[in-house]
Ligand binder design. Structure first.
Ligand code: MN
Length: 267
């Protein structure tokens, strides 16, 4: 049995070496891959086939990755499900990641691509039932997706009771906060965006999910600046990551005793 959920991935990349590296890495992870050599090819392949994920290079001839992403997101506004897009870029420049997230992308890997970084980006981006390694196999409270339960527990001094307590709070609170956040962004309510992002940031800090934490920090800054341009892109990237983490948390809880859940049901 393959240890991961197999995804159908569109790889948009013009550089042949990078194509091969990404292709082999994805195949090794159990995914099927179709290669596009530029943004235009990517768009026409997306018209023809259903993909679970797009890996998008930024600099490509004919049409670059940000333009292609923009076109994809425009099309989705007419209806249809939102496809996760992970940016691949050679620039390790500060602000690059932000530019990608604001451009409608959900995740980010820098080149040269490492298998581990790619795997983590996919797990953090593809949400819920299709998140890599969160549904199949025998879950252990070790590293799952982009979330490391063992590390969190270690940070809490090995206090399992506190750990499970924090999990419960987070699992209950974060979907509500994400709802409120989405609403505040659509209403252009900067102050509420800043406040919710701030409280999410505080909670996330305990869970050692640095990428998500950074998104929350960015959103808080945008809110304080009263400039919500690009906020919905950052917010949906954060939401996808949080959903993947919630999924991983569910597995952690299901490996433990169910007494907590029963006690909750009685209350
Ligand atoms: Mn390129």
């Amino acid at each position: 049995m393959p240890p991961t959920t197999s995804l159908h991935v569109l790889l948009a990349e013009d550089n042949h070496v990078n194509q091969v590296v990404a292709l082999r890495t994805l195949e090794k992870l159990g995914h099927s891959v179709v290669v596009a050599n530029n943004g235009l090819e990517a768009l026409s392949l997306l018209d023809e086939q259903a993909f679970d994920l797009v890996l998008m290079d930024i600099q490509m001839p004919e049409m670059d990755g940000l333009t292609a992403t923009n076109t994809i997101r425009e099309g989705e506004r007419q209806g249809g499900r939102r496809i996760p897009i992970i940016a691949m870029t050679a620039h390790a420049m500060k602000g690059d990641r932000e530019r990608c997230l604001e451009g409608g992308m959900d995740g980010y890997v820098s080149k040269p691509i490492s298998g581990k970084a790619l795997e983590e980006a996919i797990a953090g981006t593809v949400q819920g039932g299709t998140a890599i390694g969160t549904r199949s196999g025998n879950p252990s409270p070790g590293k799952m997706g982009s979330w490391d339960a063992g590390q969190v527990l270690a940070k809490l001094g090995g206090n399992e009771k506190l750990f499970h307590e924090l999990l419960e709070i987070f699992r209950e609170e974060s979907p509500k906060n994400l709802d409120k956040l989405r609403q505040a962004i659509s209403q252009g309510d900067s102050e509420t965006v800043a406040n919710i992002a701030h409280s999410l940031k505080g909670e996330l800090g305990y869970f050692g999910i640095s990428g998500v934490c950074e998104c929350a920090r960015e959103l808080e800054e945008m809110g304080r600046r009263q400039d919500l341009e690009g906020a919905s892109g950052v917010s949906s990237a954060m939401e996808n990551e949080i959903l993947a983490v919630l999924d991983a948390m569910e597995n952690v809880n299901s490996t433990g005793k169910q007494s907590g859940a029963e006690a909750e049901a009685v209350q």
